[in-house]
Write a protein that binds this ligand. Structure first.
Ligand SMILES: [Zn+2]
Ligand SMILES: [Zn+2]
Length: 352
């Protein structure tokens, strides 16, 4: 175990810095690596990134003792929020804005947010890999501004200039993640906003989350436009419903509507936000006639409009027995034309 009372070189922690980034800067300034820093604090390697509450606490108090900087306790640590908000962060790679690094070489906590993709100060797309050897950046490469694999200097890329700041990156940049008291509330709000946008990112990536993730990492400049478009659709319900309607109309097949929307079930079942569900309702109510004779199951209608199956079946038969002709399916066109009436009769039946 390496024993140290105080670090000889003690870089001043920046308010907007990530805790892990600070650890990296502190280690490098004192000619240690991350494992050695971990050894100094925990007596063993690789505990710096631990999500364990006690270890996080120990890391914080040890860093304060070893540097005398009380405000280290305020630095943002994604690990602290791993249980609740894991999906908000990028854990394995380090995105950076080269211009920010050139001004002051420290890791901004905002860069760790998965959907923060354009620097709000420089309008540059953040990058996370070396364009010479292809290696992914980590904290170390970022702080020393040099690729740890090939040794080339981190440099600005021409194609990284974005024309504008996308609204999600902007929203994140204004979130008060450095106000510790309200942090849980702030992250909940961020999470809800992203729950609205993510289904549309999925839709614009041809209904493939994997494709969206790959593009975010390999072609960030195109991804910026995609994220901006998704956010627009999420925030403007009518446009969102129309786009969703177009997607369903082009991917619908002979089996009906289910295969076209099967990959959206996580968003439909999202217990924390019913936003996507309501957009999909609107999409089927307004654009359902474009899906023609394709069928939608009674089961799915129940799920989407929160109805009970026996009552819905009765309501359908009361309006017109030909709507389902004894089966548990309805034509999209009929559903779209009659949805107002179906909801009314269903309510009357429910109130009896
Ligand atoms: Zn920047
Ligand atoms: Zn490299």
């Amino acid at each position: 175990m390496i024993k140290i009372k105080k670090f000889l070189v003690r870089p001043f922690p920046e308010k907007s810095e990530s805790l892990l980034g600070y650890c990296c800067r502190l280690a490098i300034a004192n000619f240690f690596d991350e494992n050695e820093l971990s050894n100094i604090i925990f007596g063993r390697t690789s505990d710096i990134r631990s999500r364990d509450q006690q270890k996080r606490k120990k890391l914080q108090t040890s860093l304060i003792n070893l540097t005398d900087f009380e405000n280290i306790g305020d630095l943002f640590n994604t690990r602290e929020w791993h249980t609740e908000f894991k999906h908000l962060f990028e854990y394995k790679i380090q995105k950076v804005c080269i211009s920010c690094l050139q001004e002051k070489p420290f890791i901004q906590a905002l860069w760790d947010f998965k959907h923060y993709i354009v620097c709000h100060r420089h309008l540059e797309v953040l990058i996370d890999y070396c364009d010479i050897c292809g290696d992914k950046y980590d904290c170390y490469s970022a702080v020393v501004q040099q690729c740890k694999n090939c040794g080339n200097k981190l440099r600005k890329r021409e194609e990284n200039l974005s024309h504008s700041l996308d609204s999600i990156s902007n929203y994140l940049s204004e979130a008060e993640i450095f106000e510790k008291q309200n942090l849980s509330y702030t992250l909940t709000k961020l999470d809800l906003r992203l729950r609205k946008t993510v289904p549309f990112i999925h839709m614009l990536s041809e209904s493939s989350t994997r494709k969206a993730n790959r593009q975010r990492q390999q072609d960030p400049k195109t991804y910026v436009k995609l994220q901006a478009e998704a956010d627009h659709l999420a925030m403007n319900k009518d446009d969102g419903a129309k786009a969703l309607g177009n997607m369903i109309a082009t991917s619908i097949d002979i089996q009906g509507i289910s295969p076209a929307i099967s990959s959206y079930s996580t968003y439909i079942n999202d217990a924390k936000s019913d936003h996507f569900k309501t957009v999909l309702q609107e999409s089927i109510e307004i654009h359902g006639s474009e899906f023609g004779n394709r069928q939608i199951t009674v089961q799915f209608i129940c799920k989407l409009w929160n109805m009970e199956e026996p009552k819905l079946l009765r309501a359908l038969d009361q309006i017109d027995p030909n709507l389902r002709s004894g089966k548990k399916v309805v034509k999209c066109r009929d559903l779209s034309n009659k949805i107002g009436e179906i909801k009314n009769v269903y309510t009357i039946l429910s109130n009896r």
